[in-house]
Design a protein around this ligand. Sequence first.
Ligand SMILES: C[S@@+](CC[C@H](N)C(=O)[O-])C[C@H]1O[C@@H](n2cnc3c(N)ncnc32)[C@H](O)[C@@H]1O
Length: 276
Amino acid sequence: MKVIGLERHLPFYSLVATYYTPNGEAAKMKLTGQELTAFEQDALMRAWPLVHEAVVDPTTEPFAKANGEPAYSYYGKQPEMNELMQKAMSGVSVPFMRSMLDGGYDGFDGVKRLVDVGGSGGDCLRMILRKHPNVLEAINFDLPEVVDKAPAIPGVTHVGGDMFKSIPNADAIFMKWILTTWTDEEVKAILSNCYNALPEGGKLIACEPMLPKDSDDSHRTRALLEGDIFVMTIYRAKGKHRTEEEFKQLGMAVGFSNFRALHSVDYFHTVLEFQK
Ligand SMILES: C[S@@+](CC[C@H](N)C(=O)[O-])C[C@H]1O[C@@H](n2cnc3c(N)ncnc32)[C@H](O)[C@@H]1O
């Protein structure tokens, strides 16, 4: 199935994702209740009115200014919000992973040890393991306070740490919706730690929203640009959506020798492969 769009209806509690099955039948998924609460909660609502300040001065962080600290540390200190964010992430990731795994993506073939960097509650790994029994060791790597709340998943080891310090070794590294929230220098630090954790020929599979080279008024471009504003508000003004060339250059800068971008896996995310 493919996500073809997000429709927002008032009141807020009826955000609907529309999917098409391979034979063209439309199916809908509703993001309601807990998932939406994460996006509508007070801390975020306080940040939205400050977005214009970040446009005028990119050093301003709306979320940090409104709430006294950046989003990840803010959520990490509040167990309820931490849990809610994991549920929200899961609500977005499960349909994406279904689309990736059922769509014939072959990047996990032959992988024995796989790490998901910033894997939140571990849903992506759970789904990858179900489809790829060749993966014998799966490590869900996230901040300690996040993995503390992650549910036990057969075959998955939760490891707490900081991707800016080091990343566990693996044949392949997976990450979804990670690079977008960081600056170019920070992305290079994350990619460099991935590079160091991989053997020769190993690969990083990163799934990120990607901006088209030229802007247009298509639904997809508008959704991607809207996502850019969302990142600017909820996470950091310094994070940003990037083009294929920008991702490629960041990977090459830390030593990856091969790069490819697969656009047909999902409507919103592109699958980026960086090979060592
Ligand atoms: C936008 S969420 C994406 C979650 C998951 N990959 C998904 O797509 O559902 C970003 C994740 O990165 C994690 N993260 C943030 N800073 C991190 C760090 N320094 N080291 C490891 N993980 C981090 C967050 O806790 C969060 O789970």
